[in-house]
Design a protein around this ligand. Structure first.
Ligand code: PMP
Length: 406
């Protein structure tokens, strides 16, 4: 039996903050969606049972108060990302909608036939398909940056392949399958050297590392609230103000207008221009609480904690001969693996019987699976509530898998 040593990982144990994680359950699927701390649940409950009203329209006090809370959340997000102003923060449904918005409103209006877009081999489908949709329409080509042998985006290759025809580079800040952390500042410098814009898909980064869009020097940044311990249905697009100013609206409707007549309609300035319709008001309040929650712990501590858990996991799993580990040693909070002769779904099912929840599948990254030479992987991903006990449960479960499959 493999022994998982208890280390300084025990120093961070926020399990008690999460009412939906019962004792004895090892929840290792935070990369899919994070469990919610009581503080976020309370913010959502309060939003509906005490303070609920619409925003931006009501003349009565309750609505004015809710508008203040809603806009305070926007300022909170701006501070969280170190954006220049809250007007650079667009609330969207999630990273998927944020990327589609940039693809349609920025790429769809700025790119022309013959231009090129640069993606990487490890992207999530939501950072591939929206670009393909716009590229097909415009006659734009897509190129793909390969990975290094330890499964990071190969920035040397990016430097060698980028040309002035590339107008946009869109990359995962942290890979949802491998945990590979991008040197985003270097990617921005390479992109800008040819005048291209850089979009970062920050879904897996914001819950794990401190993000500063000014220091990264990127042009667009997107993330989803639900992976940051917040609610589903709410996410963020940050963009440089001059880019937002030049973008036409994404959807038409209420709230995004300046003046409407049948002769001509004019639009509100950003971010309102991109937020048609009644927003996910309480979702925004929940996101605010989620940011307060992670910052009360500290992203540097969260990152150190998850790195210690990754190291424990990789050390223990590397002792199992039939098991292949993917991704870099210094992965941010995520470990993907396969076991010879066992389908990842069987791994997931047997682990579930042992009280360990992992993800099995292609993780919405089929081109990456092809590169790894597998149809699917099993993936363990960590959050603030995980401890060395969860790693031990995972390792015991995998030993059981290898016994069952001989
Ligand atoms: N990008 C990455 C790296 C992700 O992990 C995910 C979610 N799995 C997404 C994009 C899409 O996020 P959402 O489904 O919340 O829009």
């Amino acid at each position: 039996v493999l022994i998982v040593p208890k280390t300084e990982t025990e120093a961070l144990d926020h399990r008690a903050d999460f009412p939906a994680i019962p004792a004895g359950w090892a929840y290792l699927d935070t990369a899919a969606t994070a469990q919610k701390p009581q503080a976020v649940i309370d913010a959502i409950t309060r939003g509906y049972d005490t303070t609920y009203a619409t925003v931006h329209r009501g003349v009565y006090q309750r609505s004015a108060d809710m508008t203040l809370a809603f806009e305070a959340a926007r300022r909170r997000v701006a501070a969280f990302l170190n954006a220049g102003s809250e007007n650079e923060i667009v609330f969207v449904r999630g990273a998927t909608e944020g990327i589609n918005l940039v693809a349609q409103c920025w790429a769809g209006t700025q790119l022309k036939a013959g231009d090129r877009i640069l993606l990487s081999q490890l992207e999530h489908h939501s950072n591939i398909v929206p670009w393909q949709m716009v590229a097909e329409r415009l006659g734009v080509a897509i190129d793909v940056i390969p990975l290094t042998p330890d499964h990071k985006i190969d920035l040397d290759a990016m430097g060698a392949m980028i040309t002035p025809a590339h107008k946009l580079v869109a990359l995962a800040h942290v890979s949802n399958v491998l945990g590979s952390l991008l040197d985003a500042r270097r990617a921005a410098d390479i992109a800008h050297s040819v005048g291209a814009r850089l979009l970062l898909d920050g879904c897996q980064a914001v819950p794990r590392i401190a993000v500063d869009v000014a220091a990264l020097d990127c042009d667009f940044y997107v993330f989803s609230g639900h992976k940051l311990y917040g609610p589903t249905g709410i996410g963020v697009l940050w963009a440089r103000p001059e880019l937002l100013d030049a973008m036409p609206p994404y959807q038409g409707g209420g709230s995004m207008i300046d003046k409407v007549s049948f002769a001509k309609t004019t639009y509100a300035p950003p971010p309102g221009r991109f937020e048609a319709g009644t927003p996910h008001i309480v979702g925004v309040l929940g996101l605010h609480a989620a940011i307060d929650y992670v910052e009360s712990i500290g992203l540097d501590r969260i990152h150190a904690h998850e790195t210690a858990l990754v190291t424990l996991t990789r050390e223990a799993l590397s002792q199992i001969n039939s098991l292949t580990l993917f991704g870099p040693e210094d992965s941010a909070g995520i470990v993907s693996f396969s076991i010879q002769g066992v389908h990842p779904h069987d791994i997931g099912t047997i682990l579930d019987e042992a009280g360990v929840a992992v993800r099995a599948g292609h993780h919405c990254a089929q081109p990456l699976m092809e590169t790894l030479g597998v149809d699917a992987t099993a993936r363990a991903s960590f959050g603030v509530y995980n401890t060395a006990d969860d790693v031990a449960a995972l390792v015991r479960g995998i030993e059981r898998v290898t016994r069952i499959f001989g």
